[in-house]
Design a protein around this ligand. Structure first.
Ligand SMILES: [Zn+2]
Length: 243
């Protein structure tokens, strides 16, 4: 089975053909990641409807800064812990918000504590904030997936901590992600799409079935068969998530 550990099927770009897009991904085990109260609720709705869609509930760092009652949303995640396989999408983003680093870190710490408490892995966004994110994760016991990881310098440190790097399907043309794959052992890799973003087809909406393109590319880089790559990456996912 192929895994897409990071998708946003709740996105309005799927409003016209969500059913069909999920049908095209019948062979894919998808983890839909919520970003805020609205998409967290949609995530639960979608995951309850399709057997191959699992839920991760989270707060995107920029959305988390805007939320009125943070504790209430964290409570919502806590209450739904039996319906989710991870806490995500969460993390730090210093690209879109440079002025509120401390506030972002305070919120991320609360989320890490929650993930520890409910014993779920976190799916982490760390744009231009990789070092802070890794340091915070290191000082916790939480298991982590670093999604779309941006820093070559920190790959080894991430792996030494046992974190997983999830590689988007645009690895087919992204030299950056090709290099991350080269630097990382298969046992620390996962596949994702970040649908509807980061498509392997330039200018086209991304969808979970395209994760196969990324898997093929990873297999090619690692010089193994697609089937072997699929099996090992699926077993990585099974170690991490309670499917
Ligand atoms: Zn995302």
């Amino acid at each position: 089975m192929i895994v897409d550990v990071h998708a946003h099927l709740d996105h309005r770009q799927f409003d016209k053909d969500r059913d069909e897009a999920i049908k095209r991904a019948e062979r894919i085990l998808i983890i839909n990641n919520g970003l805020n109260p609205e998409t967290n609720r949609k995530t639960l709705e979608i995951s309850s409807k399709y057997r191959n869609v699992k839920a991760a509930l989270g707060l995107y760092p920029i959305d988390a800064l805007k939320i009125k009652n943070l504790d209430e949303e964290l409570d919502f995640i806590r209450k739904n812990k039996d319906k989710i396989v991870a806490v995500g999408e969460v993390g730090l983003d210093y690209y879109w918000e440079k002025q509120k680093k401390n506030e972002e870190k305070e919120i991320f710490q609360k989320i890490i504590d929650l993930a520890e408490e409910i014993r779920k892995p976190v799916i982490v966004h760390s744009r231009e904030a990789e070092l802070d994110a890794i340091e915070m994760l290191e000082s916790s016991k939480v298991k982590a997936v670093l999604h779309c990881f941006g820093s070559f310098e920190l790959v080894k440190r991430a792996i030494d901590n046992g974190f997983y790097l999830s590689i988007p399907a645009n690895v087919v043309f992204s030299g950056h992600f090709q290099k991350i794959v080269e630097m990382t052992e298969l046992r620390n890799l996962l596949t994702e799409t970040d649908s509807p973003y980061l498509s392997p087809y330039r200018g086209k909406r991304n969808e979970p079935s395209f994760v196969e393109k990324g898997l093929e590319k990873i297999a090619k880089i690692k010089n193994i068969s697609k089937e072997d790559a699929e099996e090992e990456i699926y077993s990585n996912a099974k170690k991490l998530f309670d499917f």
